[in-house]
Structure formats: structure tokens, C-alpha cells
Design a binder for this molecule. Structure first.
Ligand code: GBH
Length: 479
């Protein structure tokens, strides 16, 4: 790894902070009028989470929100990325369903308190916790005519209630995960799949692509609404966040170079979510996807295409790792490309995380393309951290090394490669409910003792905060 010039700094308006999501931290699922989300009951079904635990308490952040903000302030972050729970705001979710004033009040107070502490709210409207009522009523994301309208109305309620203070909006977190993991592999709520050991119903060959399509449309129509009715007065920015781990060919063989390149082409360099993101930037589905899915690929009407194209003010990028790509395999959800972290000589790409899909490879962070980028997630789960005594867990060297590598690449990307990266948010502010992994996999820079709900800064938090202090020009915080 080459080191970047230590005397050069990122510009003073560079945004940094930490990220979370509502269902992963809030708990208090049954209070103040909140309706159920699809994760409430799903996480309670036997076998759906690794440790059998659900999201009813999580990190208790709905009750401990003042402490959380105090800790963020103590860390000195410039911004905080968090998501809103749709079913707190509209408990039944739909166009004609009542708004819950207690849900609005909670987030309104939260935003005010962030601002009082000079912390910019960076708000995700949807991070996977669909109101259960919409799933029950009409199949949720599967029903285009209903879900687009309901999502857009939810977005409108949020722009109206919070848009005077929120200037950074993310419509949707990671369409690929919503579609593929929720309706294809069936490992995330609502857990639909062709695999009958996982789900009594579902069709993995069609549903993920329908859902992906409807997610894109929901995003695009919400952006249209924001631009037409709110942007002039409120002056914010709005975009989508995609999961985009990097890909490299496994070796020099033409078919593997093609596999990685193919993937990159169709994905605008982020192959994991190729099918779901390309239309947003290019205005059409990539050719490779059209060939792969043929008549299973939903078709945009001309009117829809016009709304979808260019429907993101920036590229919200969640990136964690780099995959070595080999042509072949039978996994349509990866475009028939196999991923590995083992190089041909048997060596590993980097340090293995607790989760199988993640190794540390900071060089991968620099191969990005030229759009304004907000890195809305990036992080590492130290292997076996959940089994360590707290004092040991706080010495999270592998995570520190991960951030050392990435921050170096980040500087290189901005200052040497000229990539327009405007924000960087490590995932996550605190250890939290890691979806199907339950509480076993820990991504936090802050340790959470789930018995007491006490928070303890890990070394990685200290490292990263210090790095930001030394590597971003000092100046007034962005208003
Ligand atoms: C993010 O997704 C999420 O936004 C966040 O909520 C989560 O806590 C965080 O990652 C840490 O996991 O082997 O087919 O199951 C990251 C992108 C994409 C990474 C799917 C794991 C597993 C693919 N994720 N991937 S599969």
C-alpha cells in the first residue's frame, strides 16, 4: 500500500460521522403507537437469526437516544446517518392510513437535538423495515401500483415534517439486499424464496426482479416529488444508497477478466447490485441483465424511465470489501460469477472478518468512478469479538487496521485520483442487531454490553476520530 501525502488534508466541508439503521438499534417496537415492521415477527421465527434473538430491544436507542446523541457529540462527529422507522410514522404504512404524531415527535426531537449539537442529520427513509401491514395487505414490495404510492406518501410526510431541518436524504438503503435477500435467498424479511425449507411461498426466479423494479420506482417517484415540491424551498439533496463491493478478476484468464469486467460494466463498477442500480444512472437495464433474465425482467414504461433516469443527486455508496471474480457457478444473484478471497497462489486477499463475505482490502476502495460520492457505510466485524471480554473487545486491532487502510485510500481517492468523495460514514456507531446474524456479529466502533446497554468506545472509534481531526481541514461545520 502506498501512503498518501500526510501534509494534504480533505476539505473542511467533508462530512464524516457514523451510521445506523432504525430496526438495528431502536428496540421499543411496541410503544408510542408504532406499527409492526416485517422484521418484528420474522426475527422471532425459529432459525431466522443465528442466536435466535429479535429486535425488540436491540441497543435500546429509542429510549436511550439522548445518551446516544451525547456520545456522538463527545466523539465530535460532523454528521450522523440514521434511518426513520416507517411504521412509527405511519403505523399501517399506507396512503390513507393515519400518521402517528408520537412517531413524528420522536424524530423531530431527535433531529433538533442533533442540530443543537452541531451534528448534521443524514437521513435514510427506508432501511428494510417495511410496515407489516403493507406486506399483509397486498404483498408489500411485490405490488407496484400500491407500494410506489404508499412509499411516496410516506416520503412526503417526512419531507413535510423534517425537511425544514434535514438537507441530506437517502431514499432507500441497498435495493440488492431488499430484493435478493428478502425475496430470492429468503434470509432477510419477509423471507420469501423458492426454497421450501425457508419459506412456504415465493419464487426466487421472478420476485426479486419485480421487487427490485418496484424499489427503483418508489425511489424515483419520491425524488421527483422532492425535486418538484420541496427542493426549492428546503434546499436539500436526495439520492439512493447501493451496496457496491468491488470486484477484481481472479486471474489473468480472459473469461475471468471478462467476468469481473462484465460485472463492472453492467454495474457502473459495482457489480453486486448491477440490476438494481444501473437504471438510476443510465436510464436502462444493462444488456447482460436483459440477456440473463429475458422475459423475467420487468419493463419500465417510457414515463417511468424518464422518472428513473438521473434520479439521484449523488451516489450513496455502501462498500465493505473486494471480491475476486471467476466466471461460472450457478448463482444468478451474482450474475453467474463466483466470488473468492483466495488468490490462485492460495494466499488470502486480506484479514478475514467474522462474516464469511468480508475481508479487509483497502486498495479496492480506490477503484471508483466519477460521480459525487457519499460513502454511507464501510466497516468491519472483528472475528469472534462477541466471545471476548469487554476489555479485550475494545482493543479491536483488526478494525483499526481496516480503518487505517481505508482512510489512507480515501485520501488517495480524493487528493490523488480526483474522485469527488464528499462524505464518509463508518458502519456502525454502535454494535447492533446484525439482521440474520442476530447480535453475534459486531460492526460497532462502540461496544454495547447488551446486559446493561452501556456503551464503550473501542480503539477504532478513537483512531477514526483522531484521524478526522488530523486529516480534514479545520473550519466551521456545515450548517
Ligand atoms: C450493510 O449491508 C447494511 O446496510 C447494514 O444494515 C448492515 O448492518 C451492514 O451492511 C453490515 O452487514 O452472502 O448473499 O448473503 C452490507 C452489504 C450485502 C453485505 C450482502 C453482506 C451478503 C450476501 N451486504 N452481503 S449473501
Amino acid at each position: 500500500m502506498t501512503s498518501t501525502d500526510v501534509t494534504k488534508k480533505l476539505p473542511k466541508d467533508f462530512i464524516w460521522g457514523f451510521a445506523t439503521a432504525s430496526f438495528q438499534i431502536e428496540g421499543s417496537t411496541n410503544v408510542d403507537g408504532r406499527g409492526k415492521s416485517i422484521w418484528d415477527d420474522f426475527s422471532k421465527q425459529p432459525g431466522k437469526t443465528m442466536d435466535g434473538r429479535d429486535g425488540d430491544v436491540a441497543t435500546d436507542s429509542y429510549r436511550l437516544w439522548k445518551e446516544d446523541i451525547a456520545l456522538l457529540a463527545q466523539y465530535g462527529v460532523k454528521s450522523y446517518r440514521f434511518s426513520l422507522s416507517w411504521s412509527r410514522i405511519i403505523p399501517l404504512g399506507g396512503l390513507d392510513d393515519p400518521i402517528n404524531p408520537q412517531g413524528i415527535a420522536f424524530y423531530s426531537n431527535f433531529i433538533d437535538t442533533l442540530l443543537e449539537n452541531d451534528i448534521i442529520p443524514f437521513v435514510t427513509l427506508y432501511h428494510w423495515d417495511l410496515p407489516q401491514a403493507l406486506h399483509d395487505r397486498y404483498g408489500g414490495w411485490l405490488n407496484k401500483d400500491k407500494i410506489v404510492q404508499d412509499y411516496v406518501r410516506y416520503a412526503k410526510v417526512c419531507f413535510e415534517a423534517f425537511g425544514d431541518r434535514v438537507k441530506h436524504w437517502l431514499t432507500i438503503n441497498e435495493p440488492w439486499c431488499i430484493s435478493i435477500l428478502g425475496y430470492g435467498r429468503g434470509i432477510f424479511a419477509p423471507g420469501r424464496s423458492s426454497d421450501r425449507t425457508k419459506s412456504p411461498e415465493g419464487d426466487s426466479s421472478t420476485e426479486p426482479w419485480i421487487v427490485g423494479h418496484n424499489v427503483i420506482l418508489s425511489h424515483a417517484y419520491a425524488v421527483k416529488l422532492y425535486r418538484e415540491e420541496f427542493k426549492a424551498a428546503q434546499g436539500g439533496q436526495i439520492g439512493i444508497t447501493l451496496n457496491g463491493d468491488w470486484s477484481m478478476p481472479y486471474d489473468d484468464s480472459p473469461q475471468n477478466v471478462e467476468a469481473a469486467q462484465h460485472a463492472l460494466d453492467v454495474a457502473i463498477a459495482i457489480h453486486q447490485c448491477f440490476i438494481l442500480q444501473d437504471p438510476i444512472y443510465l436510464g436502462h437495464y444493462p444488456d447482460y441483465i436483459k440477456q440473463m433474465l429475458r422475459d423475467r425482467l420487468p419493463v419500465f414504461t417510457l414515463e417511468e424511465l424518464a422518472v428513473v433516469k438521473g434520479s439521484s443527486d449523488f451516489y450513496g455508496m455502501n462498500t465493505y470489501t473486494t471480491n475476486l471474480c471467476r466466471a461460472g457457478g450457478n448463482d444468478e444473484f451474482q450474475g453467474f460469477v463466483e466470488y473468492t478471497f483466495s488468490r490462485p497462489d492460495g494466499s488470502q486477499l486480506g484479514t478475514q472478518a467474522h462474516c464469511a463475505w468480508l475481508q479487509d482490502y483497502p486498495e479496492g476502495f480506490r477503484y471508483r468512478y466519477n460521480l459525487p460520492i457519499y460513502v454511507t457505510e464501510n466497516g468491519f466485524a472483528v472475528k469472534d469479538e462477541h466471545m471476548k471480554p469487554i476489555e479485550e473487545a475494545l482493543q479491536d486491532n483488526d478494525r483499526v487496521n481496516y480503518f487505517k487502510g481505508i482512510t489512507n485510500s480515501l485520501k488517495g481517492a480524493v487528493l490523488e485520483d480526483g474522485i469527488d468523495v464528499r462524505a464518509y460514514f463508518p458502519w456502525s456507531f454502535v454494535d447492533n442487531f446484525e439482521w440474520a446474524d442476530g447480535y453475534i456479529t459486531r460492526f460497532g466502533v462502540t461496544y454495547v454490553d447488551y446486559k446493561t446497554q452501556k456503551r464503550y468506545p473501542k480503539e477504532s472509534a478513537k483512531f477514526f476520530i483522531k484521524w478526522c481531526g488530523e486529516n480534514i481541514e479545520a473550519g466551521e461545520k456545515e450548517a
